[in-house]
Design a protein around this ligand. Structure first.
Ligand code: ADP
Length: 325
């Protein structure tokens, strides 16, 4: 099955002006490669300013990349976008609704534009848990409810791909929890949910796969387990005599460092048995053997440690581009 989103060597730079003078460009995306398979929740993670929004905007044809290739459902972007976009529901910026209209009226208006029947409006309101408040004016909605209404709007066309940029921004913990559950459900029913976030904790338990972005590049991608497993080749080994243990492991080709009361051994993932085998051959008995647990949070911080704060000049002169038809 072809990936739902494929990105190769994507680059986007923005001209930078300061006090009316042109400076070197801002490189928002720096040769990004990314492949999003069909189905499930895909977390697009990175600190603020790492290029998440720009990437999403490029894929949706809202910003023209400087170079690189993108495909959506196998169709080249932007050429094949008019057809492919029919299967995409997205929220990139806070969606605008008419505050003096009810939620249902707002959605009916949107549905009408796309020729979607009104029955679908009630189905999506139900889906996001707003059925009971569908007749309320949007201006009475809380931020969390507006976010859910945005998601309802994105679901109107029953999209195979849902793209959400930082959906938890501004939500309280219960709002975050509800969004998380909804995204998980959408992913579980076979849709592909692509969700960006700078908060790892928000997506760690929601996502099937993640990609970590740093300075406009993908620095790690895979299932959450895969990302963590790479670090599991550090084992804590407890033996009575640390010096003898370290020497024994050294002879077997495994580097062991002496730490406070234990040895730290680096082995290939799944190679724990070699540790016990080598020590047992020297009649050294292991009282504890366990992998050093790293959280995804640690991994994320480690991978993105070099990220600077978002460009301090970003608000001075931003160019907002339109993509030619
Ligand atoms: P993220 O979504 O990860 O926070 P963005 O894609 O918004 O990151 O931004 C990546 C970089 O590109 C930042 O340095 C930002 O200041 C810059 N940038 C984004 N949009 C524009 C724009 N329209 N004009 C100039 N610089 C921009």
């Amino acid at each position: 099955m072809a990936p739902v989103i494929e990105i190769e060597g994507l680059r986007k730079q923005y001209p930078r002006h300061f006090r009316g003078r042109r400076r070197g460009p801002i490189v928002a995306i720096d040769g990004l490669d990314l492949s999003v398979p069909e189905g499930g929740v895909f977390g697009f993670l990175g600190p603020n300013g790492s290029g998440k929004t720009t990437t999403i905007r490029c894929v949706l044809g809202l910003v023209r990349p400087t170079s690189g290739r993108m495909r959506l459902f196998g169709a080249d972007v932007p050429r094949g976008l008019p057809a492919a976009i029919r299967s995409v529901g997205s929220i990139v910026e806070s969606p605008a609704f008419f505050p003096t209209m009810t939620a249902r009226e707002n959605l009916r208006l949107l549905a009408g534009i796309d020729g979607i029947p009104n029955t679908r409006v009630d189905a999506v309101l139900e889906r996001v848990g707003l059925a009971g408040r569908a007749g309320d004016l949007v201006r009475r909605y809380s931020l969390g409810m507006k976010q859910r209404l945005g998601l309802a709007a994105a679901l109107l066309k029953d999209p195979a791909l849902v793209m959400l940029d930082e959906p938890a921004n501004g939500l309280d913990p219960s709002g975050i929890r509800e969004t998380r559950e909804l995204l998980r459900d959408l992913g579980a029913e076979g849709r592909t949910v692509f969700v960006s976030s700078h908060l790892l904790a928000e997506v760690e338990h929601t996502c099937d796969r993640v990609a970590i972005l740093s300075r406009g590049r993908c620095v790690a991608a895979g299932t959450v387990d895969e990302l963590l497993d790479r670090h599991h080749h550090e084992m804590i080994v407890r033996v009575d005599d640390l010096a003898l243990g370290a020497a024994s492991l050294g002879r077997a080709g495994m580097a062991a460092e002496r730490r406070d009361g234990h040895l730290l051994v680096r082995v290939a993932p799944g190679d724990a048995a070699r540790v016990t085998e080598a020590l047992a051959a020297d009649r050294i008995w292991v009282s504890e053997l366990r992998p050093v647990e790293h959280s995804l949070e640690e991994r994320f911080l480690e991978l993105t440690a070099s990220d600077p704060d978002p460009d301090p000049e970003r608000h001075i002169e931003r160019d907002v581009e339109a993509v030619p038809a």
